[in-house]
Design a protein around this ligand. Structure first.
Ligand code: ADP
Length: 490
């Protein structure tokens, strides 16, 4: 099959979170299964150009209709760790992708509406006719809308769209300007409950809703989150739309790329190790301490890696730091915040804890350090409010770092409590799970993990190995996406 992924991220060249990992990992898996896979991405000024090989002009002077006129774009092409990527660079005063950041501009809805339109225009003009267009999150929700309402009449009638939702919180709320800019026009047609009209604000368009309504298949990134999104409040108002379209909606658990996340061959960690020989993990713990100036002591290291965002349960992350320190453990945090209040809060904590030899807070995005933390920490805490899939607990498992998670979304599908899991037998359990959002629930899970580490080190090592034995590679999800592609093609 010929598959084109249209996305706003692809790791490691453009990565703000899990979306980037998934787009890259899935593409590589599909390529290994013999499919022809290409990616279309925005050409941001701030992306990691050092991860692109052989960047060159692929299509000059692409004219993308916009507001009755056109914006001219250059399309560049290069390989990101073996994946063929096309980067769209618009040449207009709007500087859509020259903002020094990926997201967070006031005109994000216009930036990504333009990107969606430009991606289709590029496929049309370059005579590319993939079997499947795979789009991700609100940024590309307009692709199936534009394809169905417009581009199928221009010679793209055989293309099918799979739309993957990585986070329901951000839905791309827009006004009618998007319709006039993209040439969809007909306001009364799109401002309709059955199409793009937001479920709560009748004067707004919802680009993610457009993706759900128009795509041939829609999924979110874990089976449990698919259920939650339909029946609980985590669909952020789209539950009813998902209910209407339930016949084409499901959940596929994300994988991780074992070529990128593998303690046996990770360039970012100083000592390789495996399930059969964990001695390297102890050396990485030492290296992590040296790197972050933590004291050498017979204590476990707890870690948190992730966006500092309400989604991730910030009050519990904050509490985990102090609780771990109180319980004779060390704590390492790596995270970045886009929300100014959370940013200020954690900078304050960082300064407050600066001289503590058992704690390090690293505020910012640092891929290399993330690898060293996964390898050097003993436990990773993921106390999310909601979590569509969550990758940090899965990467933790792969690196023998025991996850302590809240039982929501994909965390339920990947972590099984050592002491209480109702389904898995003891030899298949791999971490600790708590359910409530209060501090006591978190504390009790952390205490159980620390208790095992201190009092039963052999049992702790056994738990580490049970986690490492899980296969969360792209193998199974790759197969599931392939089956969906085949299903929607006919
Ligand atoms: P989300 O997609 O909600 O951000 P996930 O758990 O699905 O969360 O994916 C997070 C990914 O981003 C993981 O690969 C994690 O290692 C990485 N990550 C998150 N924050 C940082 C950071 N500050 N520095 C480096 N990597 C990070």
């Amino acid at each position: 099959m010929y598959i084109v992924q249209i996305a706003s991220e692809c790791a490691p060249v453009i990565k703000a979170g899990g979306l980037g990992d998934v787009v890259y990992g899935l593409s590589r898996e599909l390529g290994m299964r013999g499919h022809c896979v290409e990616l279309i991405l925005p050409m941001y000024d701030c992306m990691r150009y050092d991860h692109i090989w052989g960047l060159h002009d692929a299509y000059q002077g692409l004219s993308v209709p916009w507001y009755g006129g056109a914006i001219h774009c250059d399309v560049f092409c290069g390989w990101v760790h073996g994946q063929l990527c096309f980067f769209i660079q618009p040449k207009s005063g709007d500087n859509y992708f020259h903002r020094g950041h990926y997201y967070g501009a006031l005109d994000d809805h216009m930036r990504f509406a333009f990107f969606s339109k430009a991606a289709l225009e590029f496929l049309l003009r370059a005579n590319k006719r993939p079997d499947i267009l795979h789009c991700h999150d609100w940024q590309t929700g307009l692709v199936p809308v534009l394809l169905y309402e417009m581009y199928q009449y221009h010679g793209m009638g055989n293309q099918r769209v799979v739309y993957t939702i990585h986070n329901f919180k951000h839905q791309g709320i827009a006004g009618s300007d998007v319709l006039w800019a993209t040439g969809l026009n007909r306001e009364p047609h799109y401002f309709h409950y059955d199409r793009l009209m937001d479920n709560f604000n009748p004067f707004a368009l919802n680009l993610m809703k457009g993706g759900i309504v128009y795509a041939n298949y829609v999924n979110t990134v874990s089976p449990h989150h698919a259920w939650e999104a339909r029946f609980e409040n985590v669909g952020y108002g789209l539950g009813h739309t998902l209910e209407i379209h339930h016949h084409k909606f499901g959940g596929i658990l994300n994988g991780i790329d074992y070529n990128v996340w593998n303690p046996e061959q990770d360039d970012y960690i100083p000592h390789a190790y495996s399930i059969d020989d964990l001695s390297g993990k102890a050396l990485n713990k030492k290296a992590l301490r040296e790197h972050l100036l933590l004291r050498e002591a017979d204590k476990p290291i707890l870690a948190f890696i992730g966006r500092l965002d309400d989604q991730k349960g910030m009050h519990l992350v904050h509490h985990a730091i102090y609780h771990a320190l109180n319980q004779n453990a060390q704590f390492v945090l790596l995270g970045s915040a886009t929300e100014p209040g959370i940013n200020a809060w954690f900078w304050h904590e960082k300064h407050f804890l600066n001289s503590n030899p058992d704690c390090h807070l690293e505020l910012g995005f640092n891929e290399e350090l993330a690898h060293l933390i996964y390898a050097g920490a003993d436990m990773i805490v993921v106390p999310s409010n909601y979590e569509p899939c969550g990758l940090t607990q899965v990467i933790g498992l792969q690196y023998g770092t025991v996850p302590i998670v809240r039982g929501v979304g994909g965390l339920v599908n990947t972590v099984f409590d050592r002491d209480y899991d109702p389904e898995k037998p003891p030899e298949k359990r791999n971490g600790y799970v708590f359910y409530q959002t209060d501090q006591h629930a978190l504390e009790s899970a952390i205490n159980r993990a620390l208790g095992l580490w201190y009092d039963y080190p052999q049992a702790f090592e056994q738990l580490v190995k049970q986690g490492m034995a899980y296969d969360y590679s792209w193998n199974l999800p790759g197969q599931q996406y392939q089956e969906i592609y085949e299903r929607v093609r006919y």
